[in-house]
Design a protein around this ligand. Sequence first.
Ligand code: NAD
Length: 260
Amino acid sequence: MLSKKTAVITGSTSGIGLAYARALAGQGANIVINGLGDADEIEKTRAAIESDFGVRCVYSAANMMKPEEITTMIGNAENEFGSVDILINNAGIQHVSPVDEFPIEKWDAIIAINLSSSFHTIRAALPGMKQRGWGRIINTASAHALVASPFKSAYVAAKHGIAGLTKTVALEVAEKGITVNAICPGYVWTPLVEKQIPDTAKSRGISEEAVKRDVILAAQPTKKFVTVEEVAALAVFLCSDGAASMTGSLLPVDGGWTAQ
Ligand code: NAD
């Protein structure tokens, strides 16, 4: 379905981003993966995408806190593959703390990585998409783009910001063959969730087991973590011709969380 297309996926060295990369490669797209991590592990991940799916996959080490590195990543992808047809903004971090104790540098980093990096990638990738009259932009938002939870002020603010960016860009390019949507996952079992459990336990004064049971899965009526494959399946659909009229949408994959 996506042969001859190129997808750039930020934050795709693990978790949801890696699942997007493998799902789109499975549809024949060439892939640019990006993110932090151990160089040998990243090389294994990159090589596995090429050998498992018979596509080309390159790695960009661009730091999503640095606008000039982001612009260079998109430019390099266009030079390497001829186009960036699919852009998935997915890099993200979390920090859990009461707002009046929230470290300023954590606030700045979350806004830069979880929100502003998407402005920079979109700004760089959109001219080529407009020229070719086809594009798919998918932003990984969150259930926290639709509702809030305490102690996650920067994350919730950034994700609500992504919702606004998604809708605005969708309107700007609605007649250009480009769709712009946000996927809003509930709790997905990835390193990002695993890492916030100790801090949530501390902020709420409860055990880590109680965080999983009473905070995380309490919010999710299915009482199950969403899987990365379920999130990636929606991205594949959004890249298909069948999704050509879906744009500006915020799409929950949250086990019923935001239905409550
Ligand atoms: P993850 O920690 O597994 O992946 C995050 C990715 O972002 C990694 O590849 C990491 O290297 C990359 N990254 C972090 N800082 C970066 C930087 N400065 N520059 C470049 N890359 C950077 O987490 P995940 O759960 O897969 O999260 C992916 C996205 O999904 C995030 O935007 C997150 O907010 C969102 N999300 C996750 C959940 C969940 O429950 N896991 C729920 C809703 C939304």
